[in-house]
Design a protein around this ligand. Sequence first.
Ligand code: CP
Length: 317
Amino acid sequence: MRHLLSTRDLSREDAITLLDTAGQMAATQEREVRKLPTLRGKTVVNLFFEDSTRTRISFEAAAKRLSADVINFSAKGSSVSKGESLKDTALTLQAMGADAVVVRHWASGAAYQLAHGGWLHGSVLNAGDGTHQHPTQALLDAFTMRRHLVSDPTGADLAGLTVAIVGDVLHSRVARSNVYLLHTLGARVVLVAPPTLVPVGIEPWPCTLVHTLDEALETHEIDALMMLRVQRERMTGGGFFPSPGEYTRLYGLDADRMSRLPDHGIVMHPGPMNRGLEISAEAADSSRSVIVEQVANGVAVRMAALYLLLAGEEGAS
Ligand code: CP
């Protein structure tokens, strides 16, 4: 594997290797081995054209914990604001000797363009492109599910689990990435969304679709309930339907709906959350919530991705 662009590209074997390696990385962190020498001499560039807290910080932490040199590049304050193209930005990074470029971009397909434009010699890791893909988010979500819901996680997939993904599917690269990865790992995926927030062309996605959260809770035993952020910044066509109040009534997770999960059921959210819109504070802060743990697991998963792409087999010893 040279790049990590989409969960659709991952075989079951690739995904299991990434999750097992993340488990090993997490174990080193739990033993308080703060730094591994694995990527000493490598340079990782974080290239962010869109805002981020969790992904940007955790990629930086992951690269540093593997002893790589890290360059953080934010489009704000750079020559991108003077009109510099993605190609010329990439050529500049190549001239600086980037071994890997972690890219977040508002345009779907930008990570693929960067990987296959012929401008970079190193690896490209997609940290979220438009409404398309966010593969490391899906991997950290699967890693978190594995830890909570699978009794012997090493080498295991997620067969037999049911995962409901709820809300603004239309704008969600997290939903798309999770649908494909969870399917590859054997889980059943139920998407729950208002008809106005479902992408055109969803039919071939390997999942089922229902239109209210109550229906999903009635008709499925849900092991993991993943609430999506309502992405109001992408709703450029005149607001969003249903109204915020109606959205919360039909799709919001509150204590009553949470109580209809099985005893072992977990609550997830990729963050950042709109508390009071898609999830109540009570649900977000409950003992079922693994939302903070998802963030922590992001570092181990991103360490695994950087390690597997940059160190390869010679670094595995
Ligand atoms: N989940 C996620 O991608 O969060 P950030 O936008 O803060 O990186």
